[in-house]
Design a protein around this ligand. Structure first.
Ligand code: URA
Length: 210
């Protein structure tokens, strides 16, 4: 059963989620279906942070429920991580996109959109206080570790930051999906191996806390 403190933190997260639902901090709200806030228990030891919602996330209002989410689910399963136990969110909470095709085309968030969304992720981090943060892609990694962070040189390594003692950045699952077939497997293996590192750290910390 949840303790009173846990219930308070879930309530606090719910309050922030309600505020974020009406966010108009940048123009993305005008072209989005809804705010896609983080999902998971406030007591989660692990927070995964992506870039921004895509089409499916925008439609369903939940992070990582489209093709990238399915790849993430596979990697989590292989790493022995239960998605129900972790907190999954994004750096930017509205979908950045441009017209094109049936669903529009995703585009990377601009710096002003990342800055405008900053208070939401700051509050999620302050309430959840994760022991481990997994950054999915360079945008989340730079948010957490600073603008000088280089994914090409520093991915797959344990680092620490003010927001969490254990931070590991990996490639974004969408990046794996857009690779040409000759490099997709290698990229997928790298992503899965990094998620396994996160799973091992989580097990280690859970054992220590038990
Ligand atoms: N890509 C992201 O970064 N986040 C999502 O929620 C989906 C795709």
């Amino acid at each position: 059963m949840a303790t009173e403190v846990e219930r308070d933190r879930d309530y606090a997260l719910g309050e922030v989620r309600r505020q974020a639902a009406g966010c108009q901090n940048c123009p993305l709200w005008e072209i989005g279906t809804q705010t896609v806030f983080g999902v998971g228990p406030a007591s989660a030891m692990l927070m995964l942070i992506g870039e921004a919602p895509g089409y499916q996330e925008d439609q369903q209002g939940m992070p990582f429920v489209g093709p990238a989410g399915r790849l993430l689910d596979d990697a989590l399963a292989q790493a022995g991580i239960d998605r129900e136990d972790i907190y999954v969110t994004n750096t930017v909470k509205h979908r950045p996109w441009v017209p094109g095709g049936r669903q529009g085309k995703n585009r990377p968030p601009k710096q002003n959109e990342i800055n405008a969304c900053r208070p939401w992720l700051e509050q999620e981090l302050a309430i959840v206080r994760p022991q481990i943060v997994g950054c999915l892609g360079a945008i989340a990694a730079k948010w957490i570790l600073g603008r000088d962070f280089k994914l090409s040189q520093q991915r797959g390594r344990w680092l620490s930051s003010d927001v969490a003692p254990h931070v590991l950045a990996t490639i974004h699952p969408s990046y794996v999906l857009i690779q040409p077939s000759d490099s997709r497997d290698r990229c997928r293996n790298t992503f899965f191996a990094d998620l396994r590192l996160i799973g091992q750290k989580l097990t280690e910390l859970e054992r220590r806390a038990a």
